[in-house]
Design a protein around this ligand. Structure first.
Ligand code: NAD
Ligand code: UFG
Length: 338
């Protein structure tokens, strides 16, 4: 099976390419490198010992996409390409709607013209808004998103659902990720945020390596066991393997399917700091600050459906997630620039 991986030079994409190649899939990556660099692809090649065919291509570029699809005979697409910075999306909503929505519409149109009607889409727990219940099952109603990034995911889920309904030849799998952290065991690929990290784990690792002075914990007055926000952190390699399992569903011609990819366990910010310190022996200085606008108290998955239907569950625990995040950061203090 030949798989087109959009956004395959990025954090989750690069880890998924490793797992796909390890399972014997033919993989072709396209990426416009707006939030990544080709070095990640070279490092994936080192890990797997296989070539990763790569095209620098924007998913908005209809002509180039068509040329690539004329040349390569894809069976399915795993679609990671997109902009993902929550705060930036509030400042630049047009750019987010254009890139994520118009980009996906273009991609899907070129796919159907080439009779490639299998897609796995990177969605997010953010579509549940402030979730109606916890743990969050796939039946939990979609909620009100607090930023344009979240709306792009929510809207694209609807777009892909409607396309599948109108043409049952499509197989569409929506994967709702919880909070990916960690890195490949080799410590050679990992998350490489631009500028000051928005997300907790890269902020912690950059503090631990001395690039940031201290971590600010956004609020300790939530209704959680210690007052800090609770999330479902999942090792990126487990997440990547979830995509390999989802491909098996595509082969079964399953129509439209939706799965949460999380561990089913919630950890608070203070739990993460403690686990990081225990796993690495490195102190993380922190201060308590005000709540971050748009944050919710608690968000963790029911991972049952993915287990029952895909035979997938997360294998790595929180200590390993912390240790692997740190291994990547300390070996590459400046990310792929090292
Ligand atoms: P990332 O930024 O590391 O990877 C996304 C890749 O897409 C980058 O390499 C970027 O250069 C590329 N890209 C962006 N716009 C493009 C375009 N128009 N054409 C071609 N390539 C383009 O992000 P990631 O963390 O690996 O996330 C992958 C996907 O998963 C994204 O769709 C993201 O929204 C989604 N997601 C991520 C998280 C998370 O916390 N990391 C959580 C839920 C969902
Ligand atoms: N946090 C801090 N300090 C920081 C950064 C984060 O205290 O410097 C806290 C947040 O308040 C939250 C927790 O750490 O309680 C996790 O925050 P992240 O920013 O790492 O993750 P979010 O849960 O806010 O959101 C992330 C992605 C979204 C995605 C969502 C899926 O940023 O794009 O996970 O669950 F949709």
């Amino acid at each position: 099976m030949k798989i087109l991986v959009t956004g395959g030079a990025g954090y989750i994409g690069s880890h998924t390419v490793v797992e796909l190649q390890n399972e014997g899939y033919d993989v072709v990556v396209i990426d416009n490198l707006s939030n990544s660099c080709e070095k990640s692809i070279e490092r994936v090649e080192k890990i797997t010992g296989k070539k990763v065919p790569f095209y620098k291509c924007d998913i908005l570029d209809r002509e180039k996409l068509s040329e690539i699809m004329d040349k390569e005979n894809f069976d399915a697409c795993i679609h990671f390409a997109g902009l993902k910075a929550v705060g930036e999306s509030v400042q630049k909503p047009w750019e987010y709607y254009e890139n994520n929505i118009a980009g996906t519409l273009t991609l899907v149109d070129v796919m159907r013209k080439h009779n490639v009607k299998n897609i796995i889409f990177s969605s997010s727990a953010t579509i549940y808004g402030d979730p109606a219940f916890i743990p969050i099952t796939e039946e939990c109603p979609k909620g009100v998103c607090t930023n344009p990034y979240g709306w792009t995911k929510s809207m694209l889920e609807q777009v892909l659902t409607d396309i599948q309904k109108a043409d049952p030849e499509w197989n569409v799998i929506l994967l709702r990720y919880f909070n990916p952290i960690g890195a490949h065991k080799s410590g050679t690929i990992g998350e490489n945020p631009n500028g000051i990290p928005n997300n907790l784990m890269p902020y912690i690792t950059q503090t631990a390596v001395g690039k940031r002075d201290h971590l600010t914990i956004f609020g300790n007055d939530y209704d959680t066991h210690d007052g800090t926000g609770v999330r479902d952190y999942i090792h990126v390699v487990d997440l990547a393997r979830g995509h390999v399992k989802a491909l098996a569903k595509i082969k079964e011609k399953a129509g439209l399917k939706i799965y949460n990819l999380g561990t089913g366990t919630g950890y608070s910010v203070l739990d993460i700091v403690k686990n990081f310190e225990e796993a690495t022996g490195v102190k993380v200085p922190y201060e308590i600050g005000p709540r971050r606008p748009g944050d919710i108290a608690t968000c963790y998955a029911s991972a049952k459906k993915a287990y029952d239907e895909l035979g997938w569950k997360a294998e790595y625990g929180i200590k390993e997630m912390c240790a692997d995040s740190w291994n990547w950061q300390k070996n590459n203090p400046n990310g792929y620039e090292d």
